[in-house]
Design a protein around this ligand. Structure first.
Ligand code: GUN
Length: 285
């Protein structure tokens, strides 16, 4: 039986720490602000954005959601971002992805001031992470590193396999594990004999976006299994990328879905909003 990694509980503890930091800033008249830009009506994005707003409010971050029709042009959206780059009210800017097909995501991410890039998606911040001088870090892999730390899971010298190579999760996860001295394999949908590769792992991070894709054949007994998946099954129920019931008996630690990685992502977003604010305001005192 695996030990459950309780992301919900850890997220609440870390949010409390961030809330305390926000109270300290408030005493000095400083109020961290986060603006979220939401384009179109993507139902999953609506839920994510609502959750972000709820947590921001709970811990005392000044937050605003700007909604734009799916017909907004790339140039118009960039103009909006440039406005918020100049604003002193908002220290963090998040453009919810995915964007409509006629907008080039790369152009949008490049338009965000790297100092306000709370997602850590700007190429400058990706490059900083790659070069070992991180500033903002993509929130999901950052939250997963906090889980390893909180549960005293050693990484140095361990074999880590990351399944999935997105810019949002897989690639930065690999860099963070490497920086923590793990031996990292980046696997993905084209990897040959994925179960054989995955079952070498002491640490297995799954971010492939396919419901119940990882079965017990992918998992070495005693491995730590982190499930980044957020999929809906035929009944509309939220399920992970890992077949939990089958893997849980053989893993040493495992994250549930929901209540695992999800709450950590939002928590790291809030922490990084506060850190961006501190760098922008305090460093100029
Ligand atoms: N879409 C799915 N996950 C994320 C995220 O972490 N940040 C942004 N901006 N969009 C997302």
């Amino acid at each position: 039986m695996a030990q459950l990694i309780n992301g919900k509980e850890l997220a609440e503890n870390l949010q409390q720490e961030t809330a305390t930091r926000i109270e300290e800033l408030a005493k000095r008249g400083i109020h961290p602000g986060l603006v979220v830009l939401l384009v179109g009506e993507n139902p999953a994005s609506q839920i994510y954005v609502r959750n972000k707003e709820r947590v921001a409010k709970k811990i005392g971050i000044h937050s605003a959601v700007k909604r734009y029709p799916a017909t907004i042009t790339e140039a118009e959206l960039i103009k909006e971002i440039e406005f918020f780059n100049q604003s002193t009210e908002f220290h963090g800017i998040l453009v919810q992805l995915p964007l409509p097909d006629h907008i080039n995501e790369d152009h949008i991410l490049l338009a965000i001031d790297p100092a306000k890039d709370v997602d850590g998606f700007h190429p400058l911040n990706i490059g900083r992470l790659f070069a070992g001088m991180p500033q903002t870090i993509p929130c999901t892999p950052y939250g997963i590193m906090k889980m390893f730390e909180a549960y005293d899971i050693p990484l140095a010298g361990k074999k880590a396999v990351v399944i999935g190579r997105s810019n949002i999760v897989g690639k930065p996860m690999g860099m963070l594990l490497l920086a923590a001295d793990a031996t990292v394999t980046m696997a993905h949908s084209k990897t040959l004999d994925l179960p054989a590769v995955a079952s070498e792992a002491d640490i297995l991070v799954v971010a492939i976006g396919r419901g119940h894709f990882v079965t017990k054949e992918f998992v070495k007994p005693g491995a730590v299994v982190i499930d980044v998946g957020m999929n809906r099954n035929a009944e509309g129920k939220l399920i992970g990328d890992v077949k939990f019931d089958e893997v849980e008996p053989i893993a040493s630690h495992i994250t549930p879905v929901p209540g695992g990685v999800g709450p950590m992502t939002i928590t790291m977003l809030m922490q990084q909003t506060v850190e961006c604010c501190e760098r922008q305001v305090l460093d100029h005192e």
